[in-house]
Design a protein around this ligand. Structure first.
Ligand SMILES: NC(=O)C1=CN([C@@H]2O[C@H](COP(=O)(O)OP(=O)(O)OC[C@H]3O[C@@H](n4cnc5c(N)ncnc54)[C@H](OP(=O)(O)O)[C@@H]3O)[C@@H](O)[C@H]2O)C=CC1
Ligand SMILES: [Mg+2]
Length: 338
């Protein structure tokens, strides 16, 4: 998944990106244009929100099917013409070939897998085996499909909602309410005391994995307030300064906008008071421990006696970027240690 850092966002949109964005906006606004685009577009397939992958040699690819191929396959499975209506627009190539995503949850999974020579793979695995660009696409496509699946009815009238052709919104014609896809803002904070950083684990994490503190923003809260509250709630420490690093769309458990920050705590109050309802362990890590941990993965962290040495989230997670940045900062400014 891509991390959008402050530095990266300061670069200007290229003219190519601007034209592509304008084209995509047109497709979102104009149902008949989008309907036409579906006939020349390509389709990424999902089954109950698991993306379709094909293994070629050691690589995992995500095949794109043309509308004609889709028609041929779905006719085989006696799917009606309606299938195309369920697809959602997820982007387009530089040449303006539109890309759509479609969930075939109603069809027999194994038969499609055999026909297309691949498999529907859980997103938690898929994201970590495909190329970086593909993982960003898969995560956002799944997020949009998931949103449509869970917004079939108007929460005010209980009447069915109807998607526009691109799938960028849903409307309840009884109440006139328009629903747009949403993500929950989450702050993720790497707390440092100047020479060590604080990582924690929840009981549900894979064994040995530690990551930065995180939490959902409350309604009405600014990012800074949420970060201070989460650190106070989870480890009982008071954040002194906060520095934005990057943001990332994260699809688990469903569409979070991760806002990643570095935080500093100082002085006498460095004793962790862990909230054991949320966390299983929280502790300070030295630079050496972090550098060692970054070399490990879930497999290599396992010791002969069955216990696990600490390891950290993979590069696709913004937590990894925070930890890497902290290491760089420590190694480039060794005198800053307090
Ligand atoms: N990409 C990355 O690098 C990382 C991503 N993350 C992601 O950050 C997210 C949040 O982290 P976490 O520390 O668990 O969050 P919190 O510390 O806020 O605690 C999670 C609890 O918040 C409640 N909750 C669930 N969904 C929402 C929501 N949409 N809005 C408000 N409260 C909610 C639930 O409690 P209850 O059921 O009791 O109501 C849940 O158990 C997770 O989805 C995780 O996957 C975390 C770390 C790294
Ligand atoms: Mg948390």
């Amino acid at each position: 998944l891509s991390h959008r850092s402050a530095a990266c966002c300061s670069r200007m949109f290229s003219w190519m990106e601007a034209i592509t964005t304008a084209y995509l906006n047109k497709l979102k606004e104009d149902d008949s244009l989008c309907r036409q685009a579906q006939t020349s577009g390509t389709f990424y397939l999902f089954h109950n929100l698991s993306p379709f992958l094909r293994k070629v040699g050691k690589k995992y690819l995500i095949p794109q099917l043309s509308a004609a191929e889709m028609k041929r396959i779905l006719e085989k499975f006696k799917e009606t013409e309606q299938w195309i209506e369920k697809s959602v627009l997820i982007g387009c190539s530089d040449e303006h070939v539109p890309h759509f995503a479609l969930d075939l949850g109603a069809s027999e999974k194994s038969v499609i897998e055999a026909e297309l020579k691949g498999s529907f793979t859980d997103l938690r695995k898929a994201l970590f085996v495909v190329d970086e660009k593909d993982s960003t696409l898969l995560a956002s496509a799944q997020a949009l499909l998931r949103w449509h699946d869970s917004h079939q009815y108007c929460s005010k009238t209980g009447q069915p909602t109807q998607k526009n052709i691109a799938g960028s919104k849903r409307v309840c014609h009884a109440s006139g309410i328009t629903y747009y896809p949403q993500a929950s803002p989450v702050v993720i904070i790497l707390v440092s005391d100047g020479s060590r950083c604080l990582l924690a684990r929840q009981p549900s994490f894979p064994e040995g994995m530690f990551t930065a503190l995180s939490g959902f923003c409350d309604l009405g809260e600014a990012v800074e307030e949420a970060a201070r509250r989460e650190v106070a709630e989870e480890v009982g420490l008071e954040v002194e300064s906060l520095r934005y690093s990057a943001s990332q769309h994260w699809p688990f458990p469903s569409s979070c906008l991760m806002i990643a920050c570095h935080a500093l705590v100082r002085g006498q109050q460095l004793k962790i008071s862990m909230n054991s309802l949320e966390l299983e362990e929280a502790r300070w890590f030295s630079l050496e421990e972090i550098v060692d941990g970054l070399k490990r993965g879930p497999k290599s962290a396992k010791q002969d006696n069955g216990s696990f040495l600490p390891w950290f989230p993979p590069k696709q997670a913004v937590a990894h970027q925070l930890i890497n940045e902290w290491v760089k900062q420590q190694t480039s400014q060794p005198t800053q240690v307090q």
